[in-house]
Design a protein around this ligand. Structure first.
Ligand SMILES: [Zn+2]
Length: 451
């Protein structure tokens, strides 16, 4: 399934329509970007660099790589299992299969989700793991992150259905921080703690988990939990604020059903909000994006789960979320540029990576995407930015660099064989379903991978 990661080359991307998202640089209709050893070293027009490999930007948009701030990668195998039928809703499926994942299946699921994200121009993914089954399972996922070549954050959580009165495996979170960060990875991995929060665990457990994370300087993320009327799952934000649980080190996922008072508090405390519009529309409501942004809350975008089923495309998230936001009275003036910022620089801020990625700026790492603007679904492309946000498909994403490595070139992934990965994912789901004694699905027979 694996190909070795390509080397970090010396690239001159020439004559692209460059959307830098850097306030000082703006858009360059005929821009060049020079990349050396994983770093953006120059942005301008008419650059020359003898000896660099030229990547032709003619007819292409060059933009910062997209940042997905919350996806449960282990869910990737479940694409097609979920449906609105008894026994097949998301939470029923999750409960039935989660405990049957062995590390091999967790590895393949993570590779699948990361490769699918890469296809559509996502270069950074936060893997929000609410099925961290064992140290071996966690290591398998982190190997998948490393082998993918992508930039990742691992949000270390609990195994599915962990008892409310038991603390998470904090010793193993500490082990991962010690053993992986800066050593087993090459600077592309970061770590945070994925807690259950007050709706799903006891107060003393929650206090221990919060204190651990803050002692070690690890950011915290939690799910707010769907709709306010779902009391068993919904965390009370104002009570969390009174308890000192919020702040700039905390990301709240799915803050959909928020009041004006809560929005003001999130802004005042610097707590960030991660939205997954495509799954939120299905069961939680329509997020108040404009109200959050107008109040000054940091908002980022995410895919959440491929199980929905969804593709891992943040292009789809941006386009749909912008369309629906403009259908709300408060949101009708939202621009495509603001939506693209949520999926790039604001996502980078949310993950604490904005010093490294999120804009095309000399000194930052080279996480870049080249998108064909001459394809039929993109032309005539008078103003490339709204066309990118509202029309682009994964197939338009021609080239993707992560940390200066070309991981997609001419539309083809370079560090993984897609056919072998598809076959491995299908076999992995078959193994999980078999252990769960679930024999309802006729999975396609895909070619066996070479041993
Ligand atoms: Zn989630």
């Amino acid at each position: 399934m694996d190909a070795p990661l390509p080397p970090r080359g010396r690239y001159l991307i020439r004559d692209a329509y460059v959307i830098t998202l850097d306030a000082e640089r703006g858009d360059l209709p005929h821009g060049d970007v020079l990349v050396e050893d994983g770093e953006i070293v120059a942005v301008g027009e008419g650059l020359s660099s003898p000896g660099s490999e030229v990547l032709d930007g003619t007819g292409r948009i060059l933009a910062p790589g997209l940042v997905d701030t919350h996806t449960h990668l282990w869910n990737g195998l479940l694409r097609g299992v979920i449906e609105q039928e008894p026994g097949r809703t998301y939470f029923e499926v999750k409960r039935r299969v989660a405990r049957h994942y062995a590390p091999e299946e967790s590895y393949v699921a993570a590779r699948l989700g990361l490769a699918d994200a890469l296809m559509s121009g996502t270069t950074t993914v936060c893997d929000w793991d609410h099925n961290a089954r064992s140290p071996e399972d966690v290591d398998a996922k982190l190997r998948a992150h490393r082998d993918s070549g992508m930039r990742t954050r691992y949000a270390y959580g609990n195994p599915d259905n962990h008892p409310r009165d038991e603390v998470m495996d904090l010793a193993d979170v500490a082990r991962v921080q010690r053993e992986w960060l800066g050593t087993r990875d090459d600077g592309r991995l970061s770590l945070c703690v994925a807690v259950r929060g007050p709706a799903r665990t006891e107060r003393d457990i929650l206090s221990a988990e919060w204190a651990f994370a803050r002692d070690r300087g690890l950011p915290i993320t939690l799910h707010l939990g769907g709709r306010r009327d779902d009391a068993a799952r919904y965390a009370d934000l104002m009570q969390m604020h009174r308890d000192g649980l919020l702040g700039p080190d905390v990301q709240v996922v799915h803050a959909v059903d928020v009041t004006d008072e809560e929005i003001a508090m999130l802004a005042a405390t610097g707590t960030s909000v991660c939205l997954s519009p495509l799954t939120e529309y299905e069961g939680m409501g329509i997020p108040r994006i404009t109200e959050l942004l107008d109040a000054g809350v940091l908002v980022s975008l995410s895919v959440d789960t491929l199980a929905a089923p969804l593709s891992a495309s943040l292009l789809a998230v941006m386009g749909t979320a912008l369309t629906i936001e403009r259908g709300r009275p408060r949101g009708k003036a939202m621009t495509a540029r603001r939506m693209l910022e949520l999926a790039t620089i604001d996502g980078a801020r949310d993950l604490g990576l904005d010093h490294l990625i999120g804009t095309i700026t000399p000194g930052k790492r080279a996480d870049l995407i080249l998108v064909n603007r001459a394809d039929l679904n993109m032309v005539p492309c008078a103003d490339p930015l709204p066309v990118l946000v509202l029309c682009a498909q994964p197939a338009n994403v021609d080239t993707v660099l992560v940390d200066g490595r070309v991981l997609k070139r001419n539309g083809v992934l370079t560090a993984v064989d897609p056919n072998e990965l598809a076959a491995a994912a299908t076999r992995a789901l078959a193994a999980v379903l078999d252990r769960a004694d679930w024999h309802q699905f006729a999975l396609p027979a895909l070619a066996e991978a070479d041993a």
